[in-house]
Structure formats: structure tokens, C-alpha cells
Design a protein around this ligand. Structure first.
Ligand SMILES: *[C@@H]1O[C@H](CO)[C@@H](O)[C@H](O)[C@H]1NC(C)=O
Ligand SMILES: *[C@@H]1O[C@H](CO)[C@@H](O)[C@H](O)[C@H]1NC(C)=O
Length: 242
């Protein structure tokens, strides 16, 4: 009957909690998007590093930051965006993690993009501001099938369409909401654009993503189309912070 034995489950618990705090969340996805590399200690690297510290401090204030630094051909362009419901401290933590991780995964690459649940970070030696990113995109979906796919797909499209209407005219280019489906179930969704896009292009980008619903998540309980300029997500459970 040693007390240490009695306490051991507690130790295990706190150890795993500590581990969770120490081990960062893995990113959802990333692309090293340039065919060109920069050399270590080059002007481009210096510009990129300065841009990263700027975006690290700037982004959490409004949830979006963009900027460019240097003179062509060593000019670096970058942006960071936090999900519309993410608090300032979580936003900053996510941008910090994204910047650290992308430098490991795309070391010396002149362009890259990385996504997390809470944020995205993108940089390039090419000016991409205000242009819809059709290159960098991925899908995620829940493996579970819904029982009535025709009805469910229609409702998903309707919810995301409604959210798109709200998002493109809102200052944060973000909208989240829910809809009752069937008798007592609910569908939850969000849509968001990077704020370098014009309002019209934000709408165009989200509409394009919604059109990919059949290829992404046909009859699935949850799904996401995630791009460099906009994304949507829907689930049958709440996932947005309120
Ligand atoms: C880059 O600069 C650091 C610090 O000045 C130096 O230690 C390192 O050797 C340099 N690397 C290259 C490849 O020049
Ligand atoms: C969902 O439906 C697909 C296609 O009919 C099937 O291959 C898959 O096994 C189903 N998934 C689950 C989790 O039942």
C-alpha cells in the first residue's frame, strides 16, 4: 500500500498534460511552393526573417497581417491569418509555431505556405497580394457517411452559401454559423478569406471552394476545402469558439 502507487495515475495525468503543452499541434498541411531556393545568409533570408518578426507581432492585433520587405529581386512578401474566432494569444502562438515549422519543412525555399486549425502563414518572393491563390489547396473530410446524402449535401451548400454572403461584406472576411437539419440535428460551418483580397474576389474564392463540395466531401459528416486565399469548414458538431 505505498502512497506512490496511489498517486501514480495522477503523475501520469499531469505528465501527459505537460506533454500536450510542450508538444505543439502538428500543422494540417504545407507546401514548399517555389521551385527556387535562397542561399543561407542571403539578403532574401534577412528580409524574410524580418518580415516574419513583423507578422508575428502585427497579426494578433486584428487576426490578419501582411507585408513585404526589401528590394526586388530579394523582396519577400508574406501574410498570416488567424481563424476569425481565435483569441489574440492563441493567434500569436499559432503564427509563431507556423513560422518556426515552415522554416524547418521548407528550408531555403523562396515560397511556402502552412496551415493549422487556428492560422495560416504564407510567404513568397513573388507579389501574390490581392490575387486568388488557386495553386495551394487541400481537402479534409470526416470518414463517416451521412444517412441522407442528397438532403445533407443540399443543406451544407445552403449553409456555406449563406455564410459566404455574410463573410465577403464583413471587415474580417469571416463568418460562422449553424443551421438546423432534419428533426433535431445541427450543422455548423465557417468560411474565411485572407484580407488582401477584394470583397468581390473573396466571394469568388469561397464560391469556388463551395463548388468543390462534391469532390471534397460528398455525403460526409464534415469537411474542409482549404486554400491559400479562402477556406470553408463544416461539421455536425460545434467547433467555433464563442
Ligand atoms: C551564416 O552566418 C552565420 C552567423 O554569422 C555563420 O555562423 C554561418 O557560417 C553562415 N553560413 C553560411 C553558409 O555562410
Ligand atoms: C462511406 O461510403 C463509402 C462509399 O460508399 C464507403 O466506401 C465507406 O466505407 C463508407 N465509410 C464508412 C465509415 O462507413
Amino acid at each position: 500500500m505505498s502512497s506512490s502507487r496511489l498517486h501514480s495515475p495522477l503523475y501520469l495525468l499531469s505528465f501527459s498534460l505537460l506533454l500536450q503543452l510542450a508538444l505543439a499541434t502538428p500543422p494540417l498541411f504545407h507546401f514548399c511552393s517555389s521551385s527556387e531556393n535562397f542561399t543561407p545568409n542571403s539578403t532574401y533570408e534577412t528580409n524574410l526573417n524580418k518580415l516574419m518578426s513583423y507578422l508575428y507581432s502585427k497579426t494578433p492585433i486584428t487576426g490578419f497581417g501582411s507585408g513585404s520587405l526589401g528590394v526586388s529581386p530579394n523582396k519577400a512578401y508574406g501574410l498570416a491569418l488567424c481563424r476569425g474566432d481565435v483569441q489574440r494569444t492563441d493567434c500569436q502562438a499559432c503564427v509563431a509555431e507556423a513560422e518556426t515549422e515552415i522554416q524547418k519543412r521548407c528550408q531555403y525555399n523562396k515560397g511556402a505556405i502552412i496551415w493549422y486549425d487556428n492560422c495560416l502563414f504564407k510567404y513568397s518572393n513573388l507579389d501574390f497580394f490581392g490575387k486568388i491563390d488557386n495553386q495551394n489547396k487541400f481537402y479534409m473530410w470526416n470518414l463517416q457517411n451521412v444517412s441522407d446524402p442528397v438532403y445533407f449535401n443540399e443543406k451544407t451548400k445552403e449553409l456555406l452559401g449563406n455564410l459566404a454572403e455574410e463573410a465577403y461584406v464583413s471587415p474580417k472576411m469571416y463568418s460562422s454559423g449553424e443551421m438546423v437539419i432534419g428533426e433535431s440535428k445541427k450543422l455548423y460551418g465557417l468560411v474565411q478569406c485572407t484580407r488582401d483580397l477584394s470583397s468581390v474576389d473573396c466571394k469568388k474564392c469561397i464560391d469556388g471552394a463551395i463548388n468543390e463540395l462534391p469532390s471534397c466531401c460528398d455525403g460526409k459528416e464534415g469537411g474542409r476545402v482549404v486554400g491559400g486565399s479562402c477556406n470553408f469548414r463544416y461539421e455536425i458538431y460545434p467547433f467555433v469558439n464563442t
